[in-house]
Design a binder for this molecule. Structure first.
Ligand SMILES: C[S@@+](CC[C@H](N)C(=O)[O-])C[C@H]1O[C@@H](n2cnc3c(N)ncnc32)[C@H](O)[C@@H]1O
Length: 225
């Protein structure tokens, strides 16, 4: 699980306890993912999960797209809120390149009774998003982008085609543990450069309203005008 940038362990615990407890399937997903070792750092934190849920409620999300599913924690959090709002009409389309990671996700979604409402598109998201645009362009309420950082610009453009006006796109890891503020890292590292370029682009983009927040490792939010 990732940790919130700049929070020490004591404050992290405080924030966690200040949120409502996770669904048992979320807890199992988090603990079993932790047992996978170093890759677990890719998973969002419980407080980010709570944040995605409140975002889903704010935009009354019925249809969502997630780019970067991993073992399913963020999709599970989002869908639990969406199902409370819209019951069986809620749908989440998840894009990921890995059969292995998303195979694990299924078991948590099944435990929560939402598996039938999540459709996976396995492959490079640059391609699978093209197919999704053909299927559901203009009808999506919320897009969460949390995959390869050099793809974020392409995913942003796809998200703007998928979203309805008023729909919300969120990008995870826009602080990249602080690297984005270091000009040397920006010129030496492709991921850091991509995240900095994206933040500049979204800030100056008249197609959206936006806020760069410091939740977790930084979540950039934009609402399609
Ligand atoms: C940071 S993890 C996502 C974490 C997830 N949101 C969660 O909360 O557990 C990034 C995921 O992006 C996927 N990924 C990486 N490159 C990709 C690509 N080009 N297209 C689709 N998925 C990709 C990886 O397989 C990985 O599962």
């Amino acid at each position: 699980m990732s940790s919130s940038f700049g929070l020490d362990a004591r404050l992290t615990r405080y924030v966690r306890d200040a949120n409502r407890p996770e669904h048992p399937a979320q807890l199992r997903c988090r603990l079993e993912t932790e047992a996978m070792g170093d890759v677990a750092v890719m998973q969002i934190s419980p407080e980010q999960g709570a944040f995605l849920q409140i975002c889903a409620r704010l935009v009354q999300a019925r249809t969502a797209v997630e780019i970067g599913v991993f073992t399913g924690y963020s999709a599970l959090a989002t869908m639990l809120a969406m199902v409370e709002l819209h019951g069986p009409a809620a749908r989440l389309y998840g894009c990921d390149i890995s059969d292995d990671y998303t195979g694990r996700a299924r078991s948590y979604w099944q435990e929560a009774g939402i598996d039938g409402q999540i459709e996976l598109r396995i492959g490079d998201a640059r391609e699978t998003l093209g197919e999704l645009i053909g299927d559901i362009a203009g009808s999506v309420d919320m897009v969460f982008i949390d995959a390869d950082k050099t793809g974020y610009d392409a995913y942003y453009e796809a998200a703007l085609r998928l979203l309805r006006p008023g729909g919300l796109v969120l990008f995870d890891n826009v602080l990249w543990s602080g690297s984005v503020a270091d000009p040397q890292r920006c010129s030496a590292d492709a991921d850091t450069a991509a995240l900095k370029a994206l933040a500049d682009k979204v800030r100056d983009d008249a197609r959206v309203d936006m806020a760069f927040t410091t939740i977790g490792d930084g979540i950039l939010m934009a609402i399609k005008r």
